[in-house]
Design a protein. Structure first.
Lengths: 255, 438
């Protein structure tokens, strides 16, 4: 199932929001071409940690990150790293579908445009089509690429956002509870899509639904009160967890 | 528990319903009262102001006598210009004499007294025609002269035979002449385009005063305000809202901007006097200075409304842009600013409308007073030469003695209100047109 190549390596990561110590001593190795799920109760720090991986926390003034996060053995918190370049390499899909209030085409084309990925209009068209196909939404929108992205249904919007994220050819795709605003049918479509995305990307998904974690991921990390309590094969976490806190959580006693 | 029927309202429900009905009645009453006040306001303004848009004119053929205007007969412009407006008075007296004979009007007035029903502007009008058309000397030309403000008031009902008992500017005999000229068709009231285009006139000639030049003064001030306040205000807001770190310095700046918005406008006036005129030696009464002062006054309004509209753009849009690798500036200029633009424009238009109606700061930089300039011909002249502004002109008219000016003040208010209503309507339309839902 897994590939054993380490894509993201975190060592002794601490995150502070002002005086609040939100992430404590997190060490984790995330593999390439694998879906890794972060589970845990609300406020446990799983989203915070996810946002460290593409330095989205930089936009929060009071947030401070220490420790070491390496992607392909490059320290992403190095002074020489430009977070803007990093984010092109580490795409992100947010909890609430957030398409730009522009056309479907422009939503997907925006990233490639600002990164100069296409020289000609026809190249851009190809990139947009490829991204929308990867986002499993091409067939639904191919006849109305000029329609506003905000006019789509919730599930379609989220798949559009995934298409937008993959359009810049990232290597890692971070997903922050991508299905929490979707109905079960749209959720199923997105989950299917996540499984396909594993072919090309290293996917990290934060989810509140343990069933979802079990369905889509190969590795699972359980966070509790800022600590990474347990990390391992998804099957093992859900069938024979080692830590009593993990067991309590997956059996529904805490959370 | 006691079984109660849903068909019968209990005491609590009745009380609640009555309270709600009362509240609704208060609301309706409040709206009715404000609508009534608005109606009274509009009716008063329109009722008193429309008179300014009409003016009384006499159509009179005048023989441009060569022996009066060009005694040497050589059509030398320099000599013709030596004849002052006094030299033209006999021509008009003669014209009246001829008119009376031709129309068969009986009057005991001397020709000079007859000509006194004309505006003091009439001789100047005649003279400038002759200076411009030297070849017409010796011919008879038909002119439309303004009558003086008493005759105009008589036609508009402001002046009556009773009210002129102690008025040395007009006699009942002259009013008789006016009546006869009306029935002859030579004297009538018609639309006064000169009020919309003209310049202010001196105390003795209210009938010749217009708001046009001060309108141009207002226009140039608004140009300055728009060119300075919009870019500065928007740049300051974007920086404060999107880029500046949130710390005590930015907090102080924020508090001060809010305070500036509440500073009385006359304070900006005295600041403008001290800085722009006394220190920088910019000219007095210049729309440039007026515009600079109003820019200071409008900036806080624009900054506050721009920051509010930037704040109203959901953070998810910023996240989305940053998430695909846009820089901070790209996310602001590609996504946030376009979404905030309608709000920014609305705020700017409302700020401009505020500035357009502002008089107090102009008092201190010399834009309020009798400033009868000609319309400016170049941009630089428009900015630098002395001018007034619409509200300043209205104030100036309202404080003059002759009631004919009072009417013009109301007329000026109609024009000013038309501008303000148009600007606010544009703001509302923009808001409607670009209102977005996320």
């Amino acid at each position: 199932m897994t590939t054993d190549t380490i894509k993201i390596a975190a060592r002794d990561v601490q995150v502070y929001y002002g005086d609040n110590h939100a992430i404590k001593d997190v060490n984790v190795d995330i593999e390439d071409k694998t879906v890794t799920a972060f589970i845990g109760p609300s406020g446990c720090g799983k989203s915070t940690f996810l946002r460290c991986i593409n330095r989205m926390n930089d936009t929060i003034d009071v947030c401070r990150v220490t420790g070491d996060i390496r992607i392909d053995d490059v320290d992403i918190y190095d002074r020489a790293i430009d977070p803007v370049q990093l984010r092109a390499k580490v795409g992100m899909v947010f909890q609430k579908p957030n398409p730009f209030p522009k056309s479907i085409y422009d939503n997907v084309a925006y990233g490639p445009r600002i990164h100069g990925l296409a020289r000609k209009k026809s190249d851009l068209d190809d990139i947009v089509e490829r991204a929308l196909r990867r986002g499993a939404i091409w067939d639904e929108v191919k006849d109305r690429l000029d329609a506003p992205g905000t006019g789509l249904s919730g599930g379609q919007q989220q798949r559009l956002c995934i298409a937008r994220a993959v359009a810049t050819e990232p290597e890692v795709l971070l997903m922050d509870e991508p299905c929490s605003a979707l109905d079960p049918i749209a959720t199923a479509q997105v989950e299917e899509l996540i499984d396909e995305l594993r072919q090309n990307y290293s996917v990290v998904i934060v989810t509140h639904s343990m069933q979802q974690a079990a369905r889509v991921s190969q590795k699972t990390a359980f966070f509790h009160l800022g600590h990474l309590v347990e990390f391992g094969e998804t099957d093992k976490i859900f069938t024979s967890p080692e830590d009593p806190r993990t067991e309590s959580y997956i059996t529904g006693r805490i959370g | 528990m006691k079984q109660s029927s849903l068909l019968v309202q209990d005491a609590r429900t009745l009380k609640r319903n009555r309270a709600e009905a009362r509240f609704r009645a208060y609301g309706i009453a409040a709206i009715v009262i404000s609508l009534l006040m608005l109606t009274v306001l509009l009716v008063t303004i329109i009722g008193r102001g429309t008179g300014a848009f009409q003016q009384t004119y006499v159509t009179l053929p005048v023989e441009l006598l060569e022996n009066k205007l060009d005694k040497k007969g050589n059509r030398d412009l320099a000599d013709i210009k030596k004849v002052s407006t006094f030299g033209y008075a006999p021509l008009m007296a003669d014209a009246f004499e001829a008119k009376v004979v031709q129309a068969g009007i009986e009057t005991s007035l001397s020709p000079k007294k007859m000509a006194a029903i004309l505006s003091k502007d009439a001789a100047a009008q005649l003279r400038s025609f002759v200076v411009a058309n030297v070849d017409k000397i010796g011919e008879t030309v038909e002119f439309e002269f303004l009558t003086n403000s008493r005759v105009d008031g008589y036609l508009k009902g402001r002046v009556s035979r009773d009210s002129i008992a102690n008025d040395k500017n007009i006699t009942p005999e002259q009013l008789d002449l006016v009546d006869q000229l009306i029935s002859d068709g030579a004297l009538e009231k018609r639309f006064n385009f000169a009020f919309v285009t003209g310049a202010d006139a001196s105390d003795a000639r209210p009938e010749a005063a217009g708001i046009g030049v001060s309108m141009i003064g207002s226009f140039f001030m608004m140009l300055v305000v728009l060119a300075l306040a919009l870019p500065i205000g928007v740049a300051a807001s974007i920086y404060l809202e999107e880029f500046a770190p949130k710390n005590w310095i930015t907090d102080i700046i924020e508090v001060n901007i809010s305070n500036l918005a509440a500073v009385p406008s006359i304070v900006f006036g005295i600041l403008g006097l001290a800085v722009f005129i006394n220190y920088m030696h910019l000219p007095n009464s210049a729309p440039l200075v007026g515009g600079l002062v109003l820019t200071l006054m409008t900036l806080p309004t624009i900054i506050i409304s721009t920051r509010a509209s930037l704040k109203s753009v959901p953070p998810s849009i910023r996240d989305a842009a940053l998430g695909v690798g846009a820089s901070k500036m790209q996310s602001v200029f590609h996504h946030v600013l376009p979404l905030a633009a309608p709000g920014i424009l609305t705020g700017t238009i409302i700020g401009l409308a505020q500035a357009l109606g502002e008089t107090a700061p102009l008092l201190l930089i010399g834009m309020v007073g009798f400033i009868a300039s000609n319309p400016p011909e170049t941009l630089a002249e428009g900015l630098m030469s002395p001018n007034s502004a619409m509200p300043a002109q209205i104030y100036e008219w309202a404080k003059r003695a002759d009631p004919a000016f009072y009417e013009r003040a109301w007329g000026g208010i109609i024009i000013l209100l038309l501008f303000l209503i148009t600007m606010n309507a544009i703001a509302v339309l923009l808001r409607r047109r670009f209102e977005r839902r996320w």
